[in-house]
Design a protein around this ligand. Structure first.
Ligand code: ARG
Length: 513
């Protein structure tokens, strides 16, 4: 039932053969390995094994074993010689790799068996004062943390690229749409910034998911604590966690950190799907030419250049949403405390961390390498009388109630010929005369009106905070850069803290060798 069993090499490596190879450890350990003689056979063993899928947490588990062993020795729960032998064996197991693990239900059992094979029965002291339940929860958090760092780096990097793209296009007018119909002219920069904003919020969501994830469940044992005098803060510190998940039942049973992470990534993927769709539309309308690196051709239609990579980005949202749904459905209604349904809750989170950041890289790459056809964009910016709101605004600024101004402009808009971008000033004047009972010039002179029909002027007028006018966009870019620098620091601070802790763990371990 695990994802890993579908992998092509599932039957080839010893590790992936699951419980079929479970006898491997029995001889060497003199029966001290987990009751594999009794619970290792039968048709359901492979069905419930997570060993192949656990490759993802193999390195994490070794680290968790190291930190736990160091703590056990510091607390005099195991003596230093046994700790040294266990730590030496763990290095050996690490060097051999996941593929060389003896068969077992999961990676935790397999590593323990491999340690006992090397050390003898004393190796079994490694599992004192813990359970696979707190162990796996710690491993997942440890590994997910690295994946979250990668996701954060990707989002922060994409924001930087988007801000550069915006800066290059503060004056490039383009049509803005509502309902995919010409609405009002904007600039390419303004459109780009409309996606940098959500990415900035995605950064906050991912940082929050990181902080929730980076808490240690270790020492909770099966769910009910342990009689041993464990130092949970110490293992948390050695593994670079910010603290512990205090309640031992919460520590082993809760997977809300997976939900938070998968949901943050799904939110991001959903934004990306819209961004990709915009680019697909723009390429179809010849506003942009996608770089060859992000396009494909047709096997039959020789003239075709398709924005295929962007369509995959669009579909990634479906993959992420499916993963989130799978995760939530797996967790729904689970009783306290540990249930092995939880084993099936982890793969969806891996799906999200594996699929969403690459999609972000692709859509950002496609956007920043695309050629923007400024002539087409400028011509289209005025299409469909998209300066109509600007004209109504002008009248309202001159004292006409906005609803009346709207009526004047709507009257001329109704009579436009198909394909006609803007009304003649004479027609506007006639409509004003009819509705206002006064000549238009009583409010706005002809020259100002004509300027208002120009999309460049229409953009420049809308200089309210957050608007598309180049001055307003420049301010948005400045703010966004400041926010980005703060977020870069937040990521670096966390990366450094984890790296420092792991270096300390390494020297603690080395002291036993
Ligand atoms: N492999 C399991 C998981 O991923 C951990 C094992 C706990 N199993 C158990 N029966 N208590 O969640």
């Amino acid at each position: 039932m695990t994802d890993g069993e579908d992998t092509p090499d599932a039957g080839e490596s010893t590790a992936a053969s699951g419980a079929d190879g479970a006898d491997d450890g029995a001889d060497a350990t003199g029966g001290t390995a987990i009751r594999r003689d009794r619970f290792s056979g039968g048709p359901a063993r492979g069905f419930m094994s997570s060993l192949a899928a656990d490759e993802r947490i193999f390195a994490a588990d070794l680290q968790v074993d190291r930190a736990h062993t160091v703590m056990l020795a510091e607390q005099d729960i195991v003596d230093d010689d046994d700790a040294a032998a266990i730590l030496g064996a763990l290095d050996d197991v690490a060097a051999a790799g996941h593929g060389e693990l003896p068969g077992a239900e999961d990676v935790h059992e397999a590593i323990e068996t491999a340690v006992i094979q090397r050390v003898g029965p004393e190796g079994g002291r490694m599992h004192t004062a813990r359970s696979r339940n707190d162990e796996v929860a710690t491993c997942i958090r440890y590994r997910l943390r690295a994946d979250l760092f990668e996701a954060l780096e990707t989002v922060v990097g994409a924001r930087e690229q988007l801000l550069d793209a915006a800066e290059a296009h503060t004056e490039t007018v383009m049509p803005g749409f509502t309902h995919l119909q010409y609405a009002q002219p904007v600039t390419v920069a303004h459109w780009v910034l409309s996606y940098e904003g959500p990415l900035a919020r995605d950064t906050e969501r991912l940082l929050s998911a990181f902080d929730t994830t980076n808490q240690s469940p270790l020492g909770a044992a099966a769910f009910a604590g342990t009689p041993f005098d464990v130092d949970r803060e110490r293992t948390a510190e050695l593994l670079g966690f910010d603290g512990t998940v205090a309640n031992s039942m919460d520590a082993t049973s809760s997977r809300d950190f997976l939900v938070e992470t998968t949901s943050a990534l799904t939110t991001l993927a959903t934004t990306l799907s819209g961004m990709a769709e915009d680019l697909v539309v723009y390429s179809g309308r010849d506003y942009i030419e996608i770089s060859d690196d992000y396009a494909s051709t047709s096997s039959i239609m020789p003239q075709k250049k398709n924005p295929d990579t962007l369509e995959i980005v669009r579909a990634t949202a479906g993959e992420a949403q499916g993963a989130l749904q799978r995760l939530l459905t797996t967790l729904k209604g689970l009783p306290r405390s540990y249930n092995i349904d939880l084993q099936e809750a982890t793969p969806p989170a891996w799906t999200a961390v594996d699929s969403v950041p690459p999609a972000l890289e692709v859509v950002t790459g496609a956007l920043t390498t695309a050629e923007w056809h400024e002539d087409v964009l400028a011509a289209e910016a005025a299409a469909g009388f998209s300066t109509a709101t600007g004209v109504a605004d002008r009248l309202a600024m001159a004292g006409v109630p906005f609803r009346t101004a709207h009526e004047v402009v709507a009257t001329v808009a109704e009579d436009l010929d198909p394909g006609q971008d803007a009304p003649a000033i004479d027609d506007l004047e006639a409509a004003a005369e009819e509705i206002l009972g006064e000549p238009l010039t009583a409010y706005v002179d002809r020259e100002t009106l004509e300027a208002t029909l120009d999309p460049v002027e229409s953009v420049a007028m809308r200089d309210s905070a957050g608007g598309p006018a180049p001055t307003a966009v420049a301010a948005q870019i400045d703010d966004a850069r400041e926010r980005l620098a703060v977020d870069e620091d937040a990521v670096a601070e966390r990366t450094d803290a984890v790296a420092t802790a792991l270096a300390d763990l390494e020297s603690e371990v080395a002291a036993y060798e």
